[in-house]
Design a protein. Structure first.
Length: 270
């Protein structure tokens, strides 16, 4: 004799209910350095974000976060890894959830719920190329100035400048939500996804653990400090930084090598 649950499931019709599509979008960050003209100066660091140029409608030709639709046989995390790899030829090692973006009108194609993630890769892995339905993939230099009334997100790459204007709605449980005043030409609601990812990145960078993911296994304390300063858009006194970071790093017996620079001690994460 069938149980009540078996009877219920045999009569249940999933097609009787709305079934929105589910997607994943990924904000992938790295820190890129530009060599100064003088060997006496350290390279200048920039926080960079990977964007793809959409090759198909809607928003054909616009810049967007890598992402796409989840398949029936995969998790949303598996979808995120698959999409960023096929669209950019870059595969991050880990993902952090930024939040769920589910406004009914966020996508002109219909009811599509997106799960946004952020990730980090080291500069040695930044080579990107457009693939799948992405016409191009490029690293954009990121500037994010947060204000009381308005926040300005600026993304620059060679001759391309994207400037979005947002307003902070609220911060809850370590996540900040924004509304878009001007998209700057970014596709869908990706301006607010990027802003939310940047806010989460800055929040986590205060506690040091996250900043190691931007660097190789061995690094100088100056490199580590520059990563935190670049992410948080602040300046820190070296003595203060070294005191706070001391419990997170271990000295090695190695030093930097290179003409024009005094050798510096290399450290590794504890």
């Amino acid at each position: 004799m069938a149980s009540s649950e078996e009877t219920f499931l045999s009569e249940y019709r999933l097609e009787d209910y709305d079934r929105p599509s589910v997607a994943a979008d990924i904000a992938l960050f790295t820190i890129r350095s530009e060599e100064e003209n003088s060997y006496r100066h350290e390279p200048e660091n920039h926080l960079s974000l990977l964007l793809i140029q959409r090759g198909e409608h809607p928003f054909q030709g616009a810049w967007a976060l890598p992402g796409g639709f989840m398949r029936a046989d995969e998790t949303i995390e598996a979808c995120a890894y698959r999409e960023i790899t096929t669209e950019t030829n870059v595969t991050p090692s880990a993902l952090m959830s930024v939040g769920v973006f589910s406004e009914p009108d966020r996508d002109p194609r219909g009811r599509i719920i997106s799960n946004a993630f952020l990730s980090i890769i080291g500069e040695e892995n930044v080579q990107a190329a457009g693939g799948d339905d992405a016409a191009d993939a490029r690293w954009f230099k990121v500037q994010f100035e947060e204000g009381v009334e308005r926040s300005i997100l600026t993304l620059k790459e060679t001759d391309i400048t994207i400037e979005a204007v947002l307003r902070k709605k609220h911060s809850r449980f370590g996540r900040t939500e924004y509304e878009i005043l001007e998209s700057g030409g970014l596709a869908f609601d990706h301006a607010k996804m990027i802003a939310a990812a940047l806010a989460l990145l800055r929040q986590n960078a205060k506690d040091f653990e996250l900043i190691f993911d931007f660097l190789p296994e061995r690094f100088t304390l100056t490199e580590l400090q520059k990563v935190q300063e670049t992410i948080m858009n602040i300046s820190v006194l070296p003595a203060n930084f070294r005191r706070k970071i001391a419990g997170y790093v271990t000295e090695t017996d190695e030093y930097t090598k290179g003409a024009g620079h005094r050798p510096a001690k290399l450290f590794r994460r504890k």
